[in-house]
Design a protein around this ligand. Structure first.
Ligand code: EPU
Length: 337
């Protein structure tokens, strides 16, 4: 276990921001993690998984712990279902493909989401009508202050739309080391209700899609509008979709009758932030090396040499203009450090 000083984090964040960590260590076992946390290396700590949901706005004056725990094992199994324990450092998409090859269903709609398994619970990753919540059983963690192991079951995680206890009350207090998910072996629940999925299935003349078909369709849709971080630095959706109450929604709707929305409940309406950002005039705009993706206005991109500060400046500019134009506050989905 090597503790490096002034290490570049360029390869450890998908925005590709070239900033430095005061101290940096990669962790490959839970005992190693406990050992590092028990030493007084630096008073501040930043835990990084795949760095796919973080904007680093400058050098990080902290101990950066890169979680590189690997492994997949079977916890229990029946004829119809299987529980897998997956270590936090496994790449999410590779894990999805592993499940599809083994014919385990439940996460095919979450194909190609960047990031690692261990960071998936933080923001309850979701796409095309499925969320991690749907298959989640529990996660194992280490409490940073006491080094005690604690398991959070599904209700203890307090999952919400792109949210969990780990972004709120428990923020910065625990490190997730592994996750247990329950997947189906037979009678998979195919979720194909999203318009984009239906269109792609029809285009390919697929009537009874398998989990592999769904995964392939999701991959094709995502590739067509979301940039690949290895080609163009980005963190997927930068902002959350704002949720309006009935009153605010009524006012918004009377002004913009054609705006898209999703009804979350009878009193809550989600407006696509991408639509607000596009209407505010930012889609495809570029300011130096920081920009707004031309296919998906919710995605901010680094054309190569942008600093984290420049991306953040652009995000603030977007936030201000959307507030001015629509009276709606859009909140970042990524963690801004
Ligand atoms: N739209 C625009 N302009 C754009 C893009 C979209 O006006 O540039 C409008 C369209 O009307 C479209 C609507 O926004 O119908 C919604 O767009 P999309 O289906 O692409 O979904 P989204 O709400 O923008 C969310 C997730 C994505 C996830 C997709 C698909 C959030 C914050 N983002 O995006 O997640 O892939 O749904 O389910 O909820 C991520 O978290 O990194 C991510 C990419």
């Amino acid at each position: 276990m090597l503790i490096e000083e002034h290490r570049s984090l360029k390869l450890f964040n998908t925005f590709g921001i070239d900033c430095k960590a005061r101290y940096f260590v990669s962790i490959t076992s839970v005992p190693q993690l406990k050992k590092v946390l028990s030493q007084e290396i630096h008073p501040s700590l930043l835990v990084l998984g795949a760095g796919s949901n973080v904007l680093l706005t400058g050098d990080v004056d902290a101990l950066v712990v890169h979680i590189d725990l690997k492994g997949i094992s079977i916890v229990s199994e029946t004829d119809t279902a299987i529980r897998l324990q997956v270590m936090a450092g496994e790449n999410w998409h590779e894990f999805v493909r592993y499940c599809i090859e083994k014919e385990y269903g439940g996460i095919e709609n979450l194909s190609l989401i960047p990031g690692n398994v261990g960071t998936a619970p933080l923001q309850n990753i979701g796409a095309y009508g499925v969320e991690l919540y749907d298959v989640f059983v529990s996660c194992a963690t280490i409490e940073i202050e006491t080094l005690k192991e604690r398991t959070f079951d599904r209700s203890a995680c307090e999952f919400e739309y792109r949210d969990s206890i780990f972004k709120n009350k428990a923020k910065g207090k625990y490190i997730i080391t592994s996750v247990i998910l329950e997947l189906t072996k037979t009678n998979h629940k195919i979720s194909a209700s999203y318009g984009a999925i239906q269109e792609k299935l029809a285009e390919n003349h697929i009537e009874n899609p398998s989990i592999n078909d769904i995964s392939n369709v999701v991959i094709a849709i995502r590739r067509s509008k979301l940039p690949d971080p290895s080609q163009l630095g980005n963190c997927g959706s930068f902002f959350k979709n704002p949720v309006l109450d009935s009153e605010a929604f009524k006012r918004f709707r009377s002004k913009y009758p054609t705006a898209p929305f999703y009804e979350v409940s009878v009193t809550q309406f989600k407006i696509p932030a991408a639509w607000l950002i596009e209407k505010a005039g930012f889609k495809g705009q570029r300011y130096g090396d920081a920009g707004v993706h031309k296919m998906q206005a919710l995605v901010l991109v680094n054309y190569g040499g942008a600093t984290g500060g420049e991306i953040w400046e652009l995000a603030l500019r977007i936030q201000k203009k959307v507030k001015q134009d629509f009276g709606i506050y859009i909140e970042p989905e990524v963690s801004v450090i």
